[in-house]
Design a protein around this ligand. Sequence first.
Ligand code: CU
Length: 669
Amino acid sequence: MSFQSIKRTALGAALLLIAGSFAFACQSTSSTDASNSDAAEKVYVAPGEHDEFYAFMSGGYSGQLGIYGLPSGRHLKTVPVFSQFGENGYGYSEDTRPLLQTSFGFVPWGDAHHPKVSQTDGVPDGRWLFINENNTPRIARVDLTTFETTEVLEIPNSAGNHASAFVTPNSEYVSAATRFSIPMDEENLQNQDVSIDSYKENFNGTISFIRADKPGEMEVSFQILVPGYDYDLSHAGKGPSDGWSFFTSYNSEEANTMLEKNASRNDKDFIAAVNWRKAEEYANNGECRMVPGEHAHNHVNHDTGLAESEMRDEVCVLNPADNPGMVYFLPTPKSPHGVDVDPTGQYIIAGGKLSTIIPVFAFDKMIDAIERESFAKDIDGIPVLNYNELLHGEVENPGLGPLHTEFDGKGYAYTTAFISSEIVKWDIEKTEVVDRIDTYYSPGHLMIPGGDSQEPFGQYLVALNKITKDRYLPTGPELWHSAQLIDISGDKMKLLLDFPTSGEPHYAQAIPADMIKDKQRKIYDIKTENGNPYKVLNEDETGIERRGNEVHVYMSAIRSHFVPDNIEGIKLGDEVYFHVTNLEQDWDIPHGFAVQGANTAEVLVMPGQTRTLKWTPTKTGVFPFYCTDFCSALHQEMQGYVRVSPEGSDVPLASNAGQERPGSQLLSK
Ligand SMILES: [Cu+2]
C-alpha cells in the first residue's frame, strides 16, 4: 500500500469519527516509560554477544530488506532485492542485472512490502524469505544462508502487487493479489486502452498462486479472476483452515477517482476466502484457460552463480463463475486492511481501517455456512456469505483505525490502531481487550517473532511506526521510520526500545537466531563452488582477451594486489569486462573493484567468488582502478591502471603485474 494514501484515508476517517461524536476512552493504561534500568537490561546485548532473534524488515520504498538483531535493534545488514544497491553492486554488475529484468525492460527500483519466512508445517523454517514488490508486480526469494536475492518472478495480469508474499504452511505457494484492478479484455485479459471511466465494466483483479517450494523454479501456477476491487492483504489458513487463503479487499464500490471518499461508502467490503486446494485441483485437471501474460522469471544459476532472465508468455487463469467452490466473499466492515489467522487456524481477524470493532470470524462457521449454501447473494460467480453467521465475536473499543493483528500463541491477539497510535492486546476466545500501550506514532504492521505462524516464539512485539517526528535527533524533512520493541512476556505490555529503520519497515518477520546462524555461508570454495565461466583459479590463469570490440580482463584479487594491474591496448569504442575473482578463502575478506568513470557501481566480490563489471571508456588517457573494500594494512596499495587509446590505435593488447610477469599474457578461454 502507499501508506500516504492510507494515512490520508485514516485521517479522514478520524475526522469523520470525531465529527460523529465518537467517544474514545483513555488510551493507555500500561507503562510506556522505557527510561528505566529494567528495560535497558532487557535490550542490552554486550559487546561481542549476539542477539537472540534475526528480524527481517521490509525497506518499503527502498526496495530492500533490512536485517536487524533483536532485542538490541542493531541494523546488521541491508539485502538489496528490487533496487540497485551501490554498496555491493547488486543490480549494477553483469552477474546480478538480470534479476531486475521485467516485461517492462530493466526496472532498477521497487517497492518492497511484506517479507515472509518460508514455513514447514506452519512454522517458520529459516530456509528462505519471500518478499513482494508492489509497483511492478514481483515476488523475490532471498536465500537465508547467504542473505542474497536468488530469484525474482514477475506477476502478469496484476498491478500494485500488495497482497503478497504470504506463504502457505509448507511453502507450497506464495500468494499474491492485485491492489489495483486494471482493464482486462475478456478474451485474453490483456490491459486495454479504454476510458478510465469504464472502470465498472472493464476492470478486474487477479489473485495469483506462485509455486515456491523449489528454489530457482518459481512459477505462477494459477490465477483467479476476481471483481475489480482493491485486494490489500492476505494470510494463509493453517491447521483446520490449511488449504485456504484469505484476502482483504476494499473499494467494493468500484470507484476510480477520489477513493478516500468514494471507496468509503459501503458499510462492508469483503474478505475473499480462497480454497486454494480446490483451485489447484482445477488447474491440475487442466480446467483453466491459458491466456497470454508476458512476465519475467529471473534466477541465479546455481552452477555458475550468474543471474539469468527468461521471459514466460502465458498463464493459467481460473474464473469463479466457471470453477465453483473456489472463492467465497465474507462481508467485512469497513474498508478492511489486514487479515490474520490465529495460531489455531480457527479464527480469521480483519482490521477495518474505518471500523469501530474488530470482527473475528470462525473458520468452522464459515465451512458450515458454505455446506448449507447459506448465501446472501452472488457477485460474478462468487457466493457472498452472511456476516452474522460467520462471527465468533466482535472486539469492542479496539482503538481507532485497526490495521493488523499478530499472536503470542497464549490465546492473545495484538492489533495496531493507526489513528490512535496504540497496540491493543485482546483475548481471542472472549474477544475482550485486556491491555493497551501507546506507540510513537501511527503503527502500520506489527510483528511478533513467528507471530503469524502456528507456533509464535512470542516474548517481543515490534511496532512498525509510520511517523517518527520528535523521537530522534532531527535529520531535515526526511526522517527514517521507526520500530518499537515491546515486551509481551507478562500480562502488561512494556515498551523497551525505539530504533530507527531504513526506508519504511512496512512489515517484518523474526526468527530465533539459532535457526540459521550456524548455517551461514562464509566463503565460496573456489575449486568446487565457483562455476563462473570467467573465473581464474590462481594468478597464472589471469589475462586479457579481445573479442571484436569486447575486451575481457580475467583478473584476480588477493591481499593486497590485483593481477593484472597494468592494462594497455584498450581503445575508444571498446567495451571492457572486468571479471574479478577474489582468491581469498577466508571469511569476511571481500575485495571491491571500481574504475574511474564507470557508469555503474563497484562490484564487491566475496571470497572465492567472481563478479563482472562492465566499463565503456569515454575518454583517452590512463585511468586508475582500485579495491573499494578496506581489506588489509596495504589496502591503499591495492590499485592499478588501464590505458585507453584512440579508436584505430595500434597499441598492442597487453597486461602485466610485477617484474616477474612482464608483457602480455593472452588467455585462451
Ligand atoms: Cu582489497
